[in-house]
Design a protein around this ligand. Structure first.
Ligand SMILES: Cc1cc2nc3c(=O)[nH]c(=O)nc-3n(C[C@H](O)[C@H](O)[C@H](O)COP(=O)(O)OP(=O)(O)OC[C@H]3O[C@@H](n4cnc5c(N)ncnc54)[C@H](O)[C@@H]3O)c2cc1C
Length: 317
């Protein structure tokens, strides 16, 4: 990304021609462009995460300290396992989001050639809503994981990781833009929160819960179901005072909690189809996600709405 010459362009009194219709610029054209681009950033984030995993794994295999390869040391293999789990979780939500986008776009294309049947129209609405909900959620989660994975890749390389000799230094710089451009993570949360409050995520979670899994994966499914209950309770606690500032304050905690449950379900389905490839990541990710949801739950339930005052800046004249 540093190889791309980027600068801000400012147009002053420039002659311009209106393209498209008035008042549609931001809500229709820019949002549709951004949603497409956000999907691209998700893919970029998955690529960076995957590269970070491979670099860290290869280095940990060959680097020896205290008479053994560092990959045999629990703090190192824990980092590697978490990186792999976050990467697999990122890839699975990317594919799910692409599928939703493909589905509604295909129906949109058909609608230009002929009138859709009422069932097709409902289907288009269903997938369009899911694409709208999963795009900011997936972009937010995968870009944050790309950053965490690039950070951990450097940590596993020790001092060498800080130097330009190894690829992980570049990955770290590349990762840093993913949670900023096409909208920062905070802006993804602004786009995603309405799908928390209107129940899009919870409805989709219920659909995942109805998918059967192998008996040996049932404990993971039960954990996901407990996480979903906690998420549902969280939403109720945060939305019931009907205070917008309070909702904004906790919005990221709510969106990320939904993300952990959804990505956990998607990995569970992957493990159900390909246990050899995904069982370990499903175990590690769902364990990690559960702790994160509990942490969010504790943050919300162990503070009062009045505590917001302690976080507000003191603005001097
Ligand atoms: C390398 C690079 C390439 C880029 N390429 C393009 C390009 O091709 N085309 C293009 O148009 N732009 C491009 N950009 C711009 C980029 O999309 C923006 O920088 C990005 O969306 C963030 O906007 P901002 O810089 O105005 O930050 P601001 O909006 O000023 O945000 C500053 C801080 O405030 C927070 N914040 C702002 N609003 C809210 C809110 N409502 N709620 C909570 N927090 C909020 C943000 O999260 C952030 O932490 C590029 C930027 C870079 C660095």
């Amino acid at each position: 990304i540093k190889g791309a010459p980027t600068c801000e362009l400012v147009f002053k009194n420039a002659k311009a021609e209106l393209v498209g219709s008035r008042r549609m610029g931001l809500i229709k054209y820019v949002m549709s462009l951004m949603n497409g681009a956000r999907l691209g950033i998700m893919a970029q984030s998955v690529g960076i995460s995957e590269a970070a995993c491979r670099e860290a794994y290869n280095y940990a295999l060959e680097r020896r300290q205290f008479g053994k390869a560092i990959i045999e040391m629990p703090p190192v293999f824990e980092m590697l396992a978490n990186m792999r789990a976050k990467t697999d979780a990122s890839r699975t939500i990317l594919y799910e989001t692409c599928r939703f986008v493909d589905m509604y776009k295909i129906l949109e294309d058909i609608s230009r050639e002929r009138k859709l049947t009422p069932e097709e129209r409902d289907e288009m609405k269903y997938y369009s809503r899911l694409a709208d909900a999963f795009t900011p959620l997936g972009k937010g989660m995968t870009s944050e994981y790309a950053n965490q994975n690039a950070y951990d890749a450097i940590q596993i390389h020790g001092g060498s990781g800080y130097m330009k000799d190894y690829k992980c230094e570049r990955l770290y710089r590349d990762a840093r833009i993913t949670n900023i451009y096409e909208g920062t993570t905070q802006l993804q949360v602004v786009a995603a929160i309405r799908h928390v409050t209107t129940g899009t995520y919870l409805n989709r979670i219920r659909e995942y819960e109805a998918v059967p899994v192998l008996p040996e994966l049932e404990p993971l499914k039960r954990t996901l179901s407990k996480m979903a209950q906690m998420y549902e309770k969280l939403v109720e606690i945060v939305t019931s005072p009907k205070d917008e500032e309070y909702l904004d304050f906790h919005a990221r905690r709510l969106v990320e909690s939904a993300g952990h449950v959804i990505m956990g379900h998607l990995l569970l389905q992957d493990a159900n189809k390909e246990p050899e490839m995904f069982r370990r990541s499903a175990e590690v990710y769902i364990h990690y996600g559960q702790i994160e949801v509990v942490k969010n739950y504790n943050f919300v339930t162990k503070s009062r709405i009045e505590d917001l005052g302690y976080y507000k800046p003191v603005l001097s004249e």
